[in-house]
Design a protein around this ligand. Structure first.
Ligand SMILES: Cc1ncc(COP(=O)(O)O)c(C=O)c1O
Length: 372
C-alpha cells in the first residue's frame, strides 16, 4: 500500500484545499496568515430546469448550493478568513451574535484554531440543527432574552471594550471570504449570470457577492455584471420598507433581522447593479422551499427559499420575459441556496407532512403505491 495521499486520488480531481488556497490572490492573506480551513467552498452550481419550468419558464436557473459547505451554510466562506486573521492577530476569544448559521460556523472554525468561541443567540428563535451544531462544537452558547439585533448590539459593545475577535459580518474579512461565492459562479459558468438572487438578512452576503462580481469584472475575468435581486421576508423587510423593524418576525429565522448592519451596502448593490430588493411572505417561502426540494433535489432551509419565492413573483409580473426579449435568449439566473434544509428539521417536517403508515406486507405497500 502506497502511503502517499496524493497517489490515492484520481489525477483528474486534485484535492480541493479550501477557498483561501484557491482564491489567495484576491484575499488579504500574507505568508504570516495561518490557513484555518475545513476545505470550504467549491460548492455545486446545480442546473434546475424542472424548477425553472414551474416557476419561471423564461429563465435558465442555477442553484448555488451553499448547504454543501462543511457546516452547512455559506457562512464558512467568511469564517475561514475571519478566524484565520483572528489567529494571525493572536486572538484567544472570538464572539458573534447569530441567527444560527454564523454561530455554527464560528464554533467550528474556532475549534480548528483553538480559539474560545462565544455565541449570542436570540432565545428560542433559532433552528434546532444550528443550536445543536454550536453546542456540540464546543462554543459557549448564550441565549439572549431579545432578538438578533439586541444580541449584535451587545457583541459590538463588548468588542469595543475588550480584546475579543468580532466574527459577525461587520468584520471585513467575513465579506472578503464570502465574495468567493461570486468567483465560483463565474468560474463555473464561464461568465457572470444575468441575475443573481439572494436572501437578505444582515445584508453581508449580497454585499459580498456584489464585491466579488466587481473584482472579477475589474480583472477582466467577466465582461458583464449581474443585476442583484435581494429578497427579505415580509415580516422582516427593513430594506424594502425603508426603515428599521423593531420586532422582525418570520419563519425564516436566519433572516429575522430588523436592523441590517450592511443595509447601506445592500442598497448600493441593488442600485449600482440595476437590481431590486423585494419581500416575500412566509407562506410563499415555505411553498418555495418544498417546491425547490421536490423539483430540483436541493433542500435548502427556509431563508434560502426566499429567492425562489421572489423569482416566482417576478416571473408572474413578466420581469424575466422582458429581459429575455432584450437579450434574445433566456437570462441566466443564479440563486444562492444559503443553508441546508437539515438545519431546520422542525419546519421541514411541518411542510413535508407525515409518512403514511402501512402494514409490513407487499400487498399493503402496493396498495399504498396505488398500484394494486
Ligand atoms: C441561511 C441563511 N440565509 C441568508 C442569510 C442572510 O445573510 P446576510 O445576513 O448576510 O444577509 C443568513 C444569515 O444568517 C443565513 O443563515
Amino acid at each position: 500500500m502506497n502511503d502517499q495521499p496524493s497517489d490515492m486520488r484520481s489525477p483528474h480531481a486534485p484535492m480541493w484545499r479550501g477557498l483561501m488556497h484557491a482564491y489567495r490572490e484576491f484575499l488579504p492573506v500574507t505568508e504570516k496568515t495561518p490557513f484555518v480551513t475545513l476545505c470550504e467552498g467549491n460548492t455545486p452550481l446545480v442546473h434546475a430546469p424542472r424548477l425553472a419550468e414551474i416557476i419561471a419558464p423564461d429563465i435558465e436557473l442555477y442553484l448555488k448550493f451553499e448547504g454543501a459547505n462543511p457546516t452547512g451554510s455559506f457562512k464558512d466562506r467568511g469564517m475561514t478568513l475571519a478566524v484565520s486573521k483572528a489567529a494571525e492577530e493572536g486572538a484567544t476569544v472570538g464572539i458573534c451574535a447569530s441567527t444560527g448559521n454564523t454561530s455554527a460556523s464560528a464554533a467550528a472554525y474556532c475549534a480548528v484554531a483553538g480559539i474560545r468561541c462565544v455565541v449570542l443567540l436570540p432565545q428560542n428563535a433559532i433552528a434546532l440543527g444550528k443550536l445543536a451544531q454550536a453546542l456540540v462544537e464546543g462554543a459557549t452558547v448564550l441565549a439572549v432574552e431579545g432578538n438578533f439585533d439586541d444580541a449584535l448590539k451587545i457583541v459590538r459593545q463588548l468588542c469595543d471594550k475588550h480584546p475579543i475577535a468580532l466574527l459577525n459580518s461587520l468584520n471585513p474579512y467575513r465579506l472578503e471570504g464570502q465574495k468567493t461565492g461570486a468567483f465560483e459562479v463565474c468560474d463555473a459558468l464561464g461568465k457572470a449570470p444575468d441575475f443573481h438572487a439572494i436572501p437578505v438578512g444582515n445584508a453581508g452576503n449580497i454585499t459580498a457577492y456584489w464585491k466579488g462580481y466587481n473584482e472579477y469584472h475589474a480583472q477582466n475575468r467577466i465582461s458583464e455584471l449581474p443585476k442583484m435581486l435581494g429578497f427579505q421576508a415580509a415580516g422582516a423587510a427593513p430594506l424594502v420598507l425603508g426603515h428599521d423593524v423593531d420586532k422582525p418576525e418570520t419563519v425564516a429565522t436566519a433572516i429575522r433581522i430588523g436592523r441590517p448592519a450592511r443595509g447601506d451596502e445592500a442598497i448600493a448593490a441593488r442600485d449600482n447593479s440595476g437590481g431590486l430588493i423585494h419581500s416575500v411572505p412566509d407562506a410563499e417561502i415555505l411553498q418555495a422551499q418544498k417546491l425547490m426540494a421536490a423539483s430540483s433535489g436541493i433542500f435548502g432551509e427556509p431563508a434560502s427559499a426566499a429567492p425562489i419565492a421572489g423569482i416566482t413573483n417576478l416571473a408572474a409580473q413578466k420581469y424575466f420575459s422582458q429581459a429575455r426579449a432584450e437579450l434574445g435568449r433566456k437570462p441566466v439566473v443564479v440563486a444562492t441556496v444559503t443553508g441546508h434544509g437539515l438545519k431546520d428539521p422542525n419546519t421541514a417536517i411541518q411542510i413535508g407532512g407525515e409518512p403514511q403508515v402501512v402494514p409490513a406486507s407487499e400487498e399493503a405497500v402496493l396498495r399504498a403505491m396505488q398500484l394494486g
